[in-house]
Design a protein around this ligand. Sequence first.
Ligand code: UDP
Ligand code: MG
Length: 139
Amino acid sequence: MTERTLSIIKPDATRRNLTGAINSKIEQSGLRIIAQKRIQLTDDQAGRFYDVHKERPFYGELVAFMTSGPVVVQVLEGDNAVKKYRDIMGDTNPANAAPGTIRAEYAENIGANSVHGSDSADNAEREIDFFFSDIELVG
Ligand code: UDP
Ligand code: MG
């Protein structure tokens, strides 16, 4: 089933010039990057995007990190895109991420872990709309 997911290349990765290396891993997996933009998130945007984590102890740190430099937000399309991207991202904590995954290779720690990926089809739709409601996506 062809679906779409929302990816974010996080500030730790853009800072180290890893956008191309991460995009290469995405494309090698068979997923297609059908939209992307490099932007500076505002406190308000990052806070709203991660609203589900508001009550978690790391929320403040997460919002501060996500606004610490530019991010690349992107829409990925492909067969089972949500799960496929979660698989190639690897575990949230890079210490537990399988070899060859993006986080195993590039993440600095559990917070600065290089990428975000939607965790369900419903959240993917919501997250894609959050960043890309202004353009028509071409798959
Ligand atoms: N995070 C953190 N400390 C934690 C857990 C998560 O800083 O103990 C950050 C990390 O950047 C993670 C994000 O919060 O990617 C969202 O957490 P989630 O549990 O949704 O992990 P993900 O879906 O990104 O793997
Ligand atoms: Mg998550």
